[in-house]
Ligand binder design. Structure first.
Ligand code: SF4
Length: 427
């Protein structure tokens, strides 16, 4: 049997976590209706990013003419521009992108995979990054100076990454210094953070992590300050949920030794004693998509489909992850569904564009969305076909638009933190 399915049978979201952190064999309601994939209602957010209402575009304008979304020749224009660029360009598409964009991606993946794919294409003059800002920054850091990384819409940011600004993080570090614990603290930042935060992490001897390797990264960080069973600490940024879920469920750190540092409060809203007693200092950040899923969603999913397997991303809240049957990164979710038995039922807690594509790719499986309301990543959805066409046509005309450039010092130190991650075992 595939190991992913073993995880389902044991109802252990993370099979290698300490057993005392488990497990929830709740009763489930009998199935009354066969599940089907239900298209959530559309969101006005999907109308953004098309240049028709600049008042709602948060000051982001595209130079030149942005094609209208209603242009009947849009797909043809995209094909023509892509053909004109040929091997000079490489188009990366994050899993959460719209279908219309994914159709033109040379490769799809999560943020880490895409950064590596960009680095593996030194011959490409242009890297068109259909993702969000921090991902394009990572691609710029990992590619040569001769390559240009382009983000088709500069408003495609990440609300989670934006929750940790560099001046806030530097102030927070000063608080740790004042509390006398900075020397025993290693910073670990999630891939979903700005280049400035990655650089801060590199300067202070820490590492970047992804949702796939957070356990290894945290263990490495604790080992630098006396080990998981010692007294050293990790400052984890910016996603409190990934940090908490990994520390508690995979490393066995007690929940009450995880504290949340709120940058909007004096001293993070924590006393010196709370900081000294903590093992995990979690930045108060979260993903606006994965943070929406609730424990009630799990109850509802199981009430509707008793044999459903609930599979969620580790950016979800702790109670959602502990109540799920399986948890894993975007790539893990994709592989789990590839390996699933025909006829099996799944409720997936991650971004909707991906879940829709997975449902379409696996018509023999019953795949539903864990939430009953729309849950696209609104910033990812800023990248649409008009912006991609505009970017590609501009490049083909000899104009580089929306280039993402990380300043040299930040790029150096962010690279140190990224290289540290690449040196972790198991990557
Ligand atoms: S899904 Fe969440 S973490 Fe990913 S880009 Fe959107 S807001 Fe950021």
């Amino acid at each position: 049997m595939h190991p992913l399915i073993v995880a389902r049978v044991t109802r252990d979201p993370w099979p290698d976590r300490p057993t005392r952190a488990l497990c929830d064999d709740r009763a489930v309601t009998l199935l009354t209706q066969p599940p089907t994939f239900t298209e959530p209602r559309s969101s006005a957010l999907l109308l953004l990013g098309q240049g028709t209402d600049l008042a709602s575009e948060r000051g982001v304008e595209c130079s030149g003419a942005l094609p209208a979304a209603s242009d009947p020749d849009l797909v043809e224009r995209a094909r023509a521009a892509r053909a004109a660029l040929g091997e000079r360009a490489f188009v990366l598409g994050h899993h959460y992108q719209r279908d219309e964009v994914i159709d033109f991606a040379d490769v799809t993946g999560d943020s880490f995979k895409l950064a590596r794919e960009a680095a593996a294409r030194p011959e490409a003059e242009f890297i068109l990054f259909c993702g969000v800002h921090f991902m394009a920054e990572s691609a710029d850091i990992l590619t040569s100076d001769a390559q240009q990384v382009v983000l088709p819409d500069l408003a495609a940011g990440c609300s989670m990454a934006d929750m940790a600004a560099i001046d806030q993080v530097e102030d927070a570090w000063d608080v740790l210094v004042e509390a006398g614990i900075a020397e025993d603290t290693v910073p670990v930042t999630y891939m979903n953070s700005t280049a400035a935060i990655k650089a801060f992490t590199g300067r202070h001897g820490g590492t970047v992590c992804t949702s796939s390797n957070a356990q290894v990264a945290l263990r490495w960080a604790f080992d630098r300050v006396g080990g998981v069973d010692g007294t050293g600490k990790v400052l984890f940024m910016p996603d409190q949920h990934l940090g908490r879920n990994t520390a508690v469920l995979q490393l066995g750190i007690p929940l009450d030794q995880c504290v949340v540092f709120d940058p909007r409060k004096p001293h993070g809203g924590l006393t010196v004693q709370q900081l000294r007693d903590a093992r995990m200092i979690l930045w108060r950040g979260h993903c606006s998509v994965h943070g929406r899923f609730s424990a009630q969603n799990l109850v509802d999913a199981r009430a509707a489909v008793p044999d459903v397997t609930v599979l969620v991303h580790p950016e979800c809240k702790h109670e959602v992850v502990t109540g799920a049957d399986m948890v894993g990164s975007t790539e893990f979710i994709i592989k789990a569904l590839d390996a699933a038995e025909p006829g099996s039922a799944w409720a997936i807690g991650t971004e909707l564009n991906l879940v829709r594509r997975l449902a379409a790719a696996h018509p023999d499986k019953r795949i539903s969305y864990l939430d009953d309301t729309v849950c696209f990543c609104s910033t990812m959805n800023r990248i649409d076909l008009p912006h991609l066409v505009w970017a590609m046509e501009s490049l083909a005309d000899g104009r580089t638009v929306n280039r993402i450039v990380v300043d040299a010092d930040d790029a150096h130190w962010a690279r140190v933190a990224l290289d540290q991650m690449l040196a972790l075992p198991g990557l």
